[in-house]
Design a protein around this ligand. Structure first.
Ligand SMILES: [Fe+2]
Ligand SMILES: [Fe+2]
Length: 380
Protein backbone atom coordinates (compact mmCIF):
# COMPACT_ATOMS: atom_id res chain seq x y z
CA UNK A 1 0.00 0.00 0.00
CA UNK A 2 1.39 3.38 -0.91
CA UNK A 3 0.37 6.64 0.60
CA UNK A 4 0.56 10.13 -0.81
CA UNK A 5 2.78 12.19 1.44
CA UNK A 6 0.35 15.08 0.97
CA UNK A 7 -2.34 13.21 2.91
CA UNK A 8 -0.31 13.31 6.08
CA UNK A 9 -0.06 16.56 7.96
CA UNK A 10 3.10 16.24 10.01
CA UNK A 11 4.02 19.44 11.77
CA UNK A 12 5.55 17.77 14.82
CA UNK A 13 7.93 14.84 14.12
CA UNK A 14 6.30 12.96 17.02
CA UNK A 15 3.43 12.22 14.61
CA UNK A 16 5.56 11.13 11.66
CA UNK A 17 3.93 8.17 9.92
CA UNK A 18 4.56 5.45 7.36
CA UNK A 19 2.23 3.19 5.38
CA UNK A 20 0.62 0.41 7.48
CA UNK A 21 2.62 -2.31 5.71
CA UNK A 22 5.96 -0.53 5.87
CA UNK A 23 7.52 -2.46 8.72
CA UNK A 24 11.09 -2.09 7.36
CA UNK A 25 10.91 1.65 8.21
CA UNK A 26 10.43 0.70 11.84
CA UNK A 27 13.83 -0.99 11.87
CA UNK A 28 15.76 2.06 10.68
CA UNK A 29 18.53 2.17 13.26
CA UNK A 30 18.28 5.91 13.86
CA UNK A 31 14.56 5.73 14.56
CA UNK A 32 14.96 3.92 17.88
CA UNK A 33 16.84 6.84 19.40
CA UNK A 34 14.38 9.47 18.17
CA UNK A 35 11.73 9.27 20.82
CA UNK A 36 9.51 12.23 21.66
CA UNK A 37 9.03 12.97 25.36
CA UNK A 38 5.55 14.43 24.66
CA UNK A 39 3.74 11.30 25.86
CA UNK A 40 6.01 10.16 28.72
CA UNK A 41 3.69 11.44 31.44
CA UNK A 42 0.55 9.79 30.12
CA UNK A 43 2.47 6.57 29.50
CA UNK A 44 3.85 6.34 33.02
CA UNK A 45 0.45 7.18 34.53
CA UNK A 46 -1.09 4.03 33.02
CA UNK A 47 -0.53 1.77 36.03
CA UNK A 48 -2.20 4.30 38.35
CA UNK A 49 -5.54 3.74 36.66
CA UNK A 50 -5.27 0.01 36.04
CA UNK A 51 -8.47 -1.97 36.56
CA UNK A 52 -9.62 -5.43 35.61
CA UNK A 53 -13.22 -5.88 34.42
CA UNK A 54 -13.07 -9.56 35.38
CA UNK A 55 -12.05 -8.91 38.99
CA UNK A 56 -14.97 -8.14 41.39
CA UNK A 57 -12.53 -6.14 43.48
CA UNK A 58 -12.98 -3.43 40.82
CA UNK A 59 -16.46 -4.13 39.49
CA UNK A 60 -19.01 -6.83 40.17
CA UNK A 61 -21.22 -7.70 37.20
CA UNK A 62 -23.41 -10.01 39.28
CA UNK A 63 -25.25 -7.01 40.82
CA UNK A 64 -28.86 -7.58 39.65
CA UNK A 65 -31.39 -5.17 38.12
CA UNK A 66 -35.14 -5.52 37.59
CA UNK A 67 -35.22 -4.47 33.94
CA UNK A 68 -39.01 -4.86 33.58
CA UNK A 69 -39.88 -2.63 36.50
CA UNK A 70 -37.01 -0.18 37.07
CA UNK A 71 -35.68 2.48 34.72
CA UNK A 72 -31.88 2.43 34.47
CA UNK A 73 -31.85 6.19 33.98
CA UNK A 74 -34.30 8.96 34.90
CA UNK A 75 -37.21 9.29 32.49
CA UNK A 76 -36.24 12.83 31.51
CA UNK A 77 -32.86 11.63 30.24
CA UNK A 78 -34.69 9.79 27.47
CA UNK A 79 -35.20 12.12 24.55
CA UNK A 80 -38.28 10.34 23.10
CA UNK A 81 -40.19 10.63 26.37
CA UNK A 82 -39.76 14.38 26.27
CA UNK A 83 -41.91 14.45 23.13
CA UNK A 84 -45.48 13.44 22.21
CA UNK A 85 -44.25 9.82 22.43
CA UNK A 86 -44.77 10.05 26.19
CA UNK A 87 -48.57 10.49 25.87
CA UNK A 88 -48.89 7.30 23.85
CA UNK A 89 -47.27 4.93 26.35
CA UNK A 90 -48.23 3.37 29.67
CA UNK A 91 -45.76 3.00 32.53
CA UNK A 92 -44.51 -0.46 31.51
CA UNK A 93 -43.96 0.65 27.94
CA UNK A 94 -42.05 3.69 29.14
CA UNK A 95 -39.77 1.48 31.24
CA UNK A 96 -39.19 -0.73 28.20
CA UNK A 97 -38.39 2.24 25.96
CA UNK A 98 -36.01 3.84 28.47
CA UNK A 99 -34.11 0.61 29.19
CA UNK A 100 -34.01 -0.50 25.57
CA UNK A 101 -32.63 2.93 24.60
CA UNK A 102 -29.89 2.48 27.18
CA UNK A 103 -29.16 -0.89 25.56
CA UNK A 104 -28.90 0.87 22.19
CA UNK A 105 -26.52 3.50 23.60
CA UNK A 106 -24.38 0.95 25.45
CA UNK A 107 -24.21 -1.18 22.30
CA UNK A 108 -23.14 1.83 20.22
CA UNK A 109 -20.47 2.52 22.84
CA UNK A 110 -19.34 -1.11 22.74
CA UNK A 111 -18.93 -0.97 18.96
CA UNK A 112 -17.14 2.37 19.39
CA UNK A 113 -14.78 0.80 21.95
CA UNK A 114 -14.00 -1.98 19.47
CA UNK A 115 -13.30 0.74 16.87
CA UNK A 116 -11.01 2.52 19.34
CA UNK A 117 -9.16 -0.75 20.04
CA UNK A 118 -8.52 -1.44 16.36
CA UNK A 119 -7.71 2.19 15.65
CA UNK A 120 -5.11 2.41 18.43
CA UNK A 121 -3.58 -0.84 17.25
CA UNK A 122 -3.41 0.60 13.72
CA UNK A 123 -1.56 3.64 15.10
CA UNK A 124 1.22 1.28 16.26
CA UNK A 125 1.69 0.23 12.65
CA UNK A 126 1.89 3.70 11.14
CA UNK A 127 3.37 6.05 13.76
CA UNK A 128 7.14 6.09 13.66
CA UNK A 129 7.92 7.69 16.98
CA UNK A 130 8.69 5.03 19.63
CA UNK A 131 6.98 7.09 22.37
CA UNK A 132 3.85 7.61 20.29
CA UNK A 133 3.82 3.86 19.61
CA UNK A 134 4.14 3.00 23.27
CA UNK A 135 1.27 5.37 24.07
CA UNK A 136 -0.88 3.78 21.32
CA UNK A 137 -0.06 0.27 22.56
CA UNK A 138 -1.19 1.27 26.06
CA UNK A 139 -4.39 2.75 24.70
CA UNK A 140 -5.04 -0.44 22.75
CA UNK A 141 -4.82 -2.44 25.94
CA UNK A 142 -7.16 -0.03 27.75
CA UNK A 143 -9.72 -0.12 24.93
CA UNK A 144 -9.57 -3.92 25.16
CA UNK A 145 -10.70 -3.82 28.79
CA UNK A 146 -13.47 -1.38 27.81
CA UNK A 147 -14.69 -3.88 25.23
CA UNK A 148 -14.72 -6.53 27.97
CA UNK A 149 -16.41 -4.18 30.46
CA UNK A 150 -19.22 -3.10 28.12
CA UNK A 151 -19.71 -6.65 26.83
CA UNK A 152 -20.10 -7.84 30.41
CA UNK A 153 -22.53 -5.08 31.34
CA UNK A 154 -24.72 -5.71 28.29
CA UNK A 155 -24.56 -9.43 28.95
CA UNK A 156 -25.61 -8.93 32.57
CA UNK A 157 -28.58 -6.72 31.67
CA UNK A 158 -29.81 -7.91 28.23
CA UNK A 159 -27.74 -10.92 27.15
CA UNK A 160 -26.68 -9.50 23.77
CA UNK A 161 -25.77 -6.11 22.30
CA UNK A 162 -27.85 -4.43 19.57
CA UNK A 163 -26.22 -4.47 16.11
CA UNK A 164 -24.16 -1.42 15.18
CA UNK A 165 -26.15 1.30 13.40
CA UNK A 166 -25.12 1.69 9.76
CA UNK A 167 -24.02 5.31 10.17
CA UNK A 168 -21.70 4.50 13.07
CA UNK A 169 -20.42 1.37 11.39
CA UNK A 170 -19.42 3.25 8.23
CA UNK A 171 -17.66 5.90 10.29
CA UNK A 172 -15.75 3.38 12.40
CA UNK A 173 -14.68 1.38 9.33
CA UNK A 174 -13.37 4.59 7.77
CA UNK A 175 -11.49 5.70 10.90
CA UNK A 176 -9.89 2.31 11.50
CA UNK A 177 -8.99 1.87 7.82
CA UNK A 178 -7.54 5.26 6.90
CA UNK A 179 -3.73 5.40 6.93
CA UNK A 180 -3.93 9.16 7.58
CA UNK A 181 -2.89 9.97 11.15
CA UNK A 182 -4.69 13.31 11.50
CA UNK A 183 -7.98 11.82 10.31
CA UNK A 184 -7.67 9.12 12.96
CA UNK A 185 -6.66 11.48 15.75
CA UNK A 186 -9.27 14.13 15.04
CA UNK A 187 -12.03 11.59 14.37
CA UNK A 188 -11.34 9.21 17.23
CA UNK A 189 -9.30 10.89 19.97
CA UNK A 190 -10.92 14.29 19.68
CA UNK A 191 -14.49 13.89 18.42
CA UNK A 192 -15.49 10.34 19.39
CA UNK A 193 -13.56 10.20 22.67
CA UNK A 194 -14.80 13.69 23.51
CA UNK A 195 -18.40 12.69 22.94
CA UNK A 196 -17.78 9.51 24.94
CA UNK A 197 -16.43 11.53 27.89
CA UNK A 198 -19.55 13.72 27.87
CA UNK A 199 -21.85 10.71 27.60
CA UNK A 200 -20.07 8.76 30.34
CA UNK A 201 -20.17 11.78 32.65
CA UNK A 202 -23.94 12.13 32.11
CA UNK A 203 -24.57 8.44 32.81
CA UNK A 204 -22.27 8.55 35.83
CA UNK A 205 -24.17 11.48 37.28
CA UNK A 206 -27.68 10.29 36.50
CA UNK A 207 -27.99 6.51 36.28
CA UNK A 208 -29.98 4.64 38.92
CA UNK A 209 -27.91 1.49 38.39
CA UNK A 210 -24.85 1.35 40.71
CA UNK A 211 -23.18 -1.14 38.38
CA UNK A 212 -23.48 1.18 35.38
CA UNK A 213 -22.23 4.06 37.49
CA UNK A 214 -19.16 2.08 38.52
CA UNK A 215 -18.46 1.06 34.90
CA UNK A 216 -18.69 4.69 33.77
CA UNK A 217 -16.21 5.83 36.37
CA UNK A 218 -13.67 3.08 35.64
CA UNK A 219 -13.84 3.69 31.89
CA UNK A 220 -13.49 7.44 32.41
CA UNK A 221 -10.23 7.01 34.34
CA UNK A 222 -8.78 5.72 31.04
CA UNK A 223 -10.69 7.83 28.53
CA UNK A 224 -9.58 11.10 30.09
CA UNK A 225 -6.03 10.23 28.94
CA UNK A 226 -7.13 9.23 25.44
CA UNK A 227 -8.85 12.53 24.96
CA UNK A 228 -5.70 14.23 26.29
CA UNK A 229 -3.57 12.49 23.66
CA UNK A 230 -5.74 14.11 20.99
CA UNK A 231 -5.31 17.48 22.68
CA UNK A 232 -1.51 17.15 22.80
CA UNK A 233 -1.52 16.49 19.06
CA UNK A 234 -3.78 19.46 18.36
CA UNK A 235 -1.75 21.86 20.53
CA UNK A 236 1.44 20.92 18.70
CA UNK A 237 -0.07 20.88 15.23
CA UNK A 238 -3.01 23.20 14.64
CA UNK A 239 -1.38 26.59 15.45
CA UNK A 240 1.39 25.84 12.94
CA UNK A 241 -0.73 24.76 10.00
CA UNK A 242 -1.23 26.60 6.72
CA UNK A 243 -4.87 27.79 6.47
CA UNK A 244 -5.97 25.20 3.86
CA UNK A 245 -4.80 22.30 6.02
CA UNK A 246 -6.34 23.78 9.15
CA UNK A 247 -9.63 24.13 7.27
CA UNK A 248 -9.42 20.49 6.21
CA UNK A 249 -9.12 19.43 9.84
CA UNK A 250 -11.98 21.70 10.89
CA UNK A 251 -14.22 20.28 8.15
CA UNK A 252 -13.35 16.69 9.04
CA UNK A 253 -14.13 17.26 12.73
CA UNK A 254 -17.52 18.72 11.81
CA UNK A 255 -18.23 15.85 9.43
CA UNK A 256 -17.48 13.22 12.09
CA UNK A 257 -19.58 15.12 14.65
CA UNK A 258 -22.56 15.40 12.30
CA UNK A 259 -22.37 11.72 11.37
CA UNK A 260 -22.40 10.79 15.07
CA UNK A 261 -25.44 13.02 15.58
CA UNK A 262 -27.25 11.27 12.73
CA UNK A 263 -26.44 7.93 14.33
CA UNK A 264 -27.72 8.76 17.77
CA UNK A 265 -30.84 10.62 16.70
CA UNK A 266 -31.88 8.62 13.62
CA UNK A 267 -35.14 6.93 14.72
CA UNK A 268 -35.15 4.54 11.76
CA UNK A 269 -32.27 2.64 13.34
CA UNK A 270 -34.39 2.05 16.45
CA UNK A 271 -37.58 1.08 14.67
CA UNK A 272 -37.63 -2.40 16.20
CA UNK A 273 -37.79 -0.83 19.66
CA UNK A 274 -40.66 1.51 18.71
CA UNK A 275 -42.65 -1.28 17.08
CA UNK A 276 -42.56 -3.21 20.33
CA UNK A 277 -44.53 -0.41 22.01
CA UNK A 278 -46.85 0.05 19.02
CA UNK A 279 -45.21 3.09 17.43
CA UNK A 280 -44.11 3.67 13.86
CA UNK A 281 -40.59 5.13 13.59
CA UNK A 282 -41.76 7.79 11.13
CA UNK A 283 -44.27 9.03 13.64
CA UNK A 284 -41.57 9.10 16.32
CA UNK A 285 -39.36 11.06 13.96
CA UNK A 286 -42.13 13.64 13.51
CA UNK A 287 -42.55 13.94 17.27
CA UNK A 288 -38.79 14.44 17.71
CA UNK A 289 -38.62 17.10 15.01
CA UNK A 290 -41.59 18.92 16.52
CA UNK A 291 -40.01 18.88 19.97
CA UNK A 292 -36.74 20.26 18.63
CA UNK A 293 -38.51 23.40 17.51
CA UNK A 294 -39.60 23.88 21.11
CA UNK A 295 -37.57 26.63 22.74
CA UNK A 296 -37.46 25.07 26.18
CA UNK A 297 -36.20 21.77 24.84
CA UNK A 298 -33.51 23.49 22.81
CA UNK A 299 -32.27 25.52 25.72
CA UNK A 300 -32.19 22.44 27.95
CA UNK A 301 -30.12 20.65 25.37
CA UNK A 302 -27.65 23.51 25.37
CA UNK A 303 -27.41 23.49 29.17
CA UNK A 304 -24.23 23.03 31.17
CA UNK A 305 -24.83 19.29 31.46
CA UNK A 306 -24.91 18.80 27.69
CA UNK A 307 -23.03 15.67 26.64
CA UNK A 308 -21.57 17.65 23.74
CA UNK A 309 -19.80 20.14 25.96
CA UNK A 310 -16.49 18.30 26.46
CA UNK A 311 -16.04 17.59 22.80
CA UNK A 312 -17.02 21.02 21.50
CA UNK A 313 -14.94 22.77 24.13
CA UNK A 314 -11.85 20.75 23.22
CA UNK A 315 -12.29 21.50 19.52
CA UNK A 316 -12.90 25.16 20.23
CA UNK A 317 -9.86 25.58 22.47
CA UNK A 318 -7.71 23.68 19.98
CA UNK A 319 -8.64 26.04 17.17
CA UNK A 320 -10.54 23.32 15.28
CA UNK A 321 -13.78 25.28 15.53
CA UNK A 322 -13.60 28.80 14.10
CA UNK A 323 -16.30 31.15 12.85
CA UNK A 324 -16.43 28.95 9.74
CA UNK A 325 -18.18 26.10 11.57
CA UNK A 326 -19.19 27.55 14.97
CA UNK A 327 -22.83 28.15 13.87
CA UNK A 328 -23.24 24.40 13.21
CA UNK A 329 -22.27 23.54 16.79
CA UNK A 330 -24.30 26.37 18.31
CA UNK A 331 -27.47 24.22 18.28
CA UNK A 332 -25.82 21.92 20.83
CA UNK A 333 -23.97 24.25 23.19
CA UNK A 334 -23.59 27.90 24.08
CA UNK A 335 -20.36 28.65 22.22
CA UNK A 336 -19.69 32.04 23.82
CA UNK A 337 -20.05 30.60 27.31
CA UNK A 338 -17.70 27.72 26.48
CA UNK A 339 -15.10 30.05 25.07
CA UNK A 340 -14.98 32.03 28.29
CA UNK A 341 -14.56 28.93 30.48
CA UNK A 342 -11.31 27.44 31.77
CA UNK A 343 -9.85 24.22 30.38
CA UNK A 344 -11.37 21.97 32.99
CA UNK A 345 -13.89 19.40 31.77
CA UNK A 346 -16.85 17.93 33.62
CA UNK A 347 -15.35 14.46 33.28
CA UNK A 348 -11.95 15.39 34.75
CA UNK A 349 -13.19 15.47 38.35
CA UNK A 350 -14.94 12.11 37.95
CA UNK A 351 -11.82 10.55 36.42
CA UNK A 352 -9.59 12.00 39.15
CA UNK A 353 -11.79 10.63 41.89
CA UNK A 354 -11.77 7.24 40.16
CA UNK A 355 -7.98 7.22 39.85
CA UNK A 356 -7.64 8.02 43.55
CA UNK A 357 -9.84 5.04 44.33
CA UNK A 358 -7.91 2.80 41.92
CA UNK A 359 -4.58 3.82 43.43
CA UNK A 360 -5.85 2.60 46.78
CA UNK A 361 -6.91 -0.78 45.39
CA UNK A 362 -3.81 -1.15 43.24
CA UNK A 363 -1.47 -0.09 46.01
CA UNK A 364 -2.96 -2.62 48.44
CA UNK A 365 -2.08 -6.29 48.45
CA UNK A 366 1.65 -6.20 47.87
CA UNK A 367 1.77 -9.98 47.62
CA UNK A 368 4.82 -9.96 45.40
CA UNK A 369 2.84 -10.27 42.18
CA UNK A 370 1.25 -13.08 40.23
CA UNK A 371 4.33 -15.32 40.21
CA UNK A 372 4.40 -15.35 44.00
CA UNK A 373 0.98 -17.03 44.07
CA UNK A 374 0.43 -20.76 44.05
CA UNK A 375 0.12 -22.44 40.66
CA UNK A 376 -3.64 -22.85 40.73
CA UNK A 377 -4.51 -19.37 41.95
CA UNK A 378 -2.24 -17.74 39.35
CA UNK A 379 -4.25 -19.45 36.65
CA UNK A 380 -7.64 -18.52 38.06
FE1 LIG B 1 -12.50 3.29 25.45
FE1 LIG C 1 -10.61 5.59 24.47
Amino acid sequence: MTMKAADQITIDPAYDAVAPDDFPSMMEVDRYGQRSTAFDKIISATHDHFWDPLDPKYIDFSEPWDLDNEMLIPEDMNIELRTAVSDKLDEKQKIYLVNESVRWTMSSILHGEQGALNLSASLCHIMKDPGAQEYAANQTREEARHVTGFSRYIQARWGKPAPCGTVLEELLVELVGTPVVWKKLVGMQMVLEGLAMGTFAAFYQKTHDPLLRRLMQLVMTDEAFHHKFGKIWADRTVPNLPPEERDMIEDWALEVFMRLMTNSSGPEQKKHMYEKVGLDWRWVQGALIEAMTDKKMRSEMRSSTSIFRTLIKTLLKAGIITERTAPKYAAYVDIQELYAEGDRMVGDAIAEEGIKYLKEINGAGGDGGIFALGGSSAAE
